[in-house]
Design a protein around this ligand. Structure first.
Ligand SMILES: Nc1ncnc2c1ncn2[C@@H]1O[C@H](COP(=O)(O)OP(=O)(O)OP(=O)(O)O)[C@@H](O)[C@H]1O
Ligand SMILES: [Zn+2]
Length: 728
């Protein structure tokens, strides 16, 4: 009798064996429902064999195998195996968590409600049918057929408009195999304006399409506004012609709808699914199934979409490859960008990483010849140039509530010309701290090592790490003083200051608080495009990807605090963010400018920003990293541990360090230290860093270490390995 080796969502690093009456190799990758303890759970069959380490009489029988959807392909399973090995996370959990919720439960997959098609298109067979075979007295059928032949897609709405009986007829044709359902596509009524490529864009498209059927990691290094999206569109266009699927990974959910619209408008006849965390279970399942069945041509999604099955996959694009949201920050701490590259290599297809400010890791891989780089060094729109960047030296400026006289003057001039400005301050709330001026007390979170942020509008203090909220204290809890002051500035306070300075201007704040309601972000974006807003004040939500043609001035406030951070990646992150936000100005016909309020105008980072010179800064940061022995010159892993009690955490890490010393050839072991956020949500946190110049050595060290760590249960701490960590 065959024995099935099953992946289950259980936090132990093993597969589970079950007996089945009948099963063969072809069932690998199928879902199976099995008994587990007193429960029934669903897993994925990863292997079928004839014997087991568990005595036969102890093995249980499976309950059933679900066969309504095709099995996960061997390639996808190999990707999941790699992911489990590389990130040292239990295979069963990796496999199960990569799937949509509705595939993980104990029910057969129901297709009811999953088909959100909007219409019908002719199939190959359908196109061969001669309209003359439809009797001419049957005018309705003839009319429907003509529309189908002429317009590619007949939407349900069109059909109903033609006749209430139309849908029944179409369903009949569907059963005959003449039609197939088409999922949502863009509106045909939108006229497609396909720009002529710039010289550099053409070179990039040609280089990649020349090697379309082989593995290569391309870096598309294009300045802001250089038209990277247009390059993606042309590559996808080519992919569609070759009948291959494209997977496009993008960072933030807030950008998904925009890019989706761009894609839908361009590829009106193609099937696009979008997979992001804003979907409900049914929507996610629908998209996933369409990808798995090869029915979706373009799969657009955030991090998790890297695990989407796609039998015809031939191209992967990772937009804003440096974005930290590609790295999952809890549970399985994978990097979707790195897995995308693995997947491309595995399938021997190209992967395109796009960025204006590539991560230093990627840049280093270009310098060492591992990745190939294509440059877009000028803006795509004719006559649009990168905006001049100037620093306002705040040591000698007069300010009104955080706004320098020079910035106020520039905003005023911009408003006079009826153009838009953007004021960037990457801190939401009114003020980052509530202080007592008489004794120095500051409001802190009881559960986290952080200060509470003042939110004046809802008269509350709020912790941005755990979400805790409380009312303002009436008086200082330490000395009784009644005049507490909000100290420092956040978006709300700057919004208030701008309103005082420019009472007639239409000001819109954009941060996580202001876009909390569903669709409010979309509404705001539309208002910006319709020029119903004069001044935008916002956090990094505004920095990325947006194309506001009328935006002429960008003001940057409060960026100094990241200049001298203890995190060695802080500089890289800040530079990326400022390049991105500066890049919002002057993207179309209007010219732009950027003003940075700083007390360190001579800092190399601001100098590089002024010159829009990524390379100079990147090279100097790489030189620093090399000297200091930081990535990309070494590979790191972080053992993160937490518990209610700090001593226990440190004891555990001490024990972990001791074991590590027993077999650490080629691997450097550091001492346990408290995490940057030493307390979070009531848990005390610390970590232990290990690193090596050889990825292979680090990996084999980790494999052995991980097994040993699993035996350290007596400490009762929660721990996880973070391979290639980006936050400390
Ligand atoms: N060949 C072209 N001719 C004219 N306009 C173009 C061309 N290619 C792109 N554009 C336009 O240039 C603008 C900027 O393009 P896009 O948003 O793709 O830039 P990007 O490189 O993605 O920039 P960012 O990194 O800032 O997001 C868009 O309005 C786009 O329509
Ligand atoms: Zn907190």
């Amino acid at each position: 009798m065959p024995i099935l080796r099953v992946a289950l969502n259980i936090p132990v690093d093993t597969l589970f064996d079950y007996i089945a009456d009948e099963a063969d190799e072809n069932d690998i990758g199928l879902r199976v429902c099995v008994p587990f303890g007193k429960k029934k759970v669903t897993g994925i069959i990863l292997d079928i064999c004839s014997d087991s380490d568990v005595p036969l009489e102890k093995l249980k029988y499976i309950i059933c195998i679900f066969r309504e959807i095709p099995p996960l392909s061997s390639e996808l399973l190999a990707l999941l195996r790699f992911c489990s090995n590389y990130y040292h996370h239990p295979l069963g959990m990796v496999v199960m968590n990569s799937l949509p919720g509705k595939i993980r439960n104990n029910k057969p997959v129901s297709f009811k409600g999953t088909v959100n098609h909007t219409g019908f298109v002719l199939t190959e067979a359908g196109r061969k049918i001669d309209i003359a075979t439809i009797p001419s007295r049957n005018t309705l059928k003839r009319r429907l057929w003509t529309v189908l032949q002429n317009e590619q897609l007949l939407t349900l709405r069109q059909a109903r408009d033609i006749s209430p009986r139309a849908v029944t007829i179409l369903k009949g044709w569907l059963d005959k195999g003449w039609l197939e359902e088409a999922i949502e596509t863009g509106s045909d009524s939108i006229k497609k304006i396909v720009p002529e490529l710039t010289e550099e864009q053409s070179v990039a498209v040609a280089a990649i399409t020349d090697k379309f059927k082989q593995f290569e990691t391309w870096l598309l290094h294009g300045i802001t506004g250089s038209g990277k999206t247009e390059v993606y569109l042309r590559l996808i266009d080519r992919a569609l012609k070759e009948n291959i699927q494209t997977l496009v990974l993008i960072p933030e959910i807030s950008l998904t709808p925009q890019l989706e619209t761009v894609f839908r408008n361009r590829f009106t006849a193609s099937r696009i699914v979008s997979l992001h965390s804003g979907l409900n279970d049914t929507e996610r399942l629908t998209g996933w199934l369409q990808a798995q069945q090869g029915r979706a041509d373009i799969i657009l999604g955030t991090r998790l979409a890297v695990f989407t099955p796609a039998p015809r996959l031939g191209l992967i694009i990772v937009d804003e490859e440096q974005d930290s949201s590609f790295k999952q920050q809890d549970g399985l701490r994978y990097s979707a960008r790195d897995l995308a590259i693995f997947r491309a290599r595995q399938m021997q297809i190209p992967v395109v990483l796009g960025s204006a400010t590539p991560s230093l890791e990627t840049y280093y891989n270009v310098l060492s010849g591992k990745y190939r780089c294509l440059r877009l060094s000028s803006r795509a729109v004719r006559n649009a140039v990168l905006p001049p960047v100037e620093c306002i030296d705040m040591r000698s400026e007069k300010t009104a509530d955080g706004l320098s006289a020079r910035l106020i003057h520039a905003i005023g001039k911009c408003l006079d010309r009826q153009l838009q400005c953007l004021i960037f301050i990457n801190r939401r709330g009114y003020a980052p701290v509530l202080l007592c001026p008489s004794c120095g007390w500051a409001a802190v979170c009881q559960r986290c090592s952080s200060r509470l942020v003042v939110h004046l509008q809802d008269k509350r203090l709020s912790c941005h790490h755990c979400g805790h909220q409380e009312y303002f204290p009436r008086a200082c809890p330490q000395c009784g003083n009644q005049d507490m002051i909000p100290f420092g500035r956040g978006t709300q306070r700057i919004e208030e200051a701008l309103a005082t300075q420019f009472p007639l201007a239409r000001i819109q704040r954009i941060d996580r608080d202001s876009i909390r309601r569903k669709n409010s972000w979309q509404t705001i974006l539309q208002a910006i495009h319709r020029q119903e807003i004069d001044i935008l004040v916002g956090t990094q939500l505004l920095a990325k990807g947006h194309d506001f043609p009328n935006l002429a001035l960008v003001g940057i406030l409060g960026s100094d605090r990241s200049l001298y951070s203890t995190d060695f990646r802080a500089g890289e992150r800040l530079f990326t963010q400022l390049m991105q936000v500066a890049g919002r100005a002057g993207r179309a016909a209007v010219s732009g400018s950027v003003l940075v309020q700083t007390e360190f105008p001579r800092h190399p980072l601001y100098q590089a920003l002024r010159q829009h010179d990524y390379d100079v800064l990147a090279e100097s940061m790489l030189a620093e990293r090399k000297m200091a022995g930081f990535p990309p010159y070494v590979y790191q892993a972080l053992l993160r541990a937490e518990a209610h009690n700090l001593t226990r955490v440190l004891d555990f890490l001490g024990a972990a360090q001791k074991i590590a010393y027993s077999h650490h050839a080629g691997v450097e072991i550091f001492d346990p230290v408290p995490a940057y956020m030493a307390r979070l949500k009531g848990m005390e946190r610390a970590h232990l860093l290990v690193q090596s110049r050889s990825r292979g050595k680090l990996q084999s060290f980790l494999t052995r270490w991980c097994e040993q760590l699993s035996a350290l249960t007596a400490f009762k701490v929660r721990w996880v390995l973070d391979v290639d960590p980006i936050e400390f």
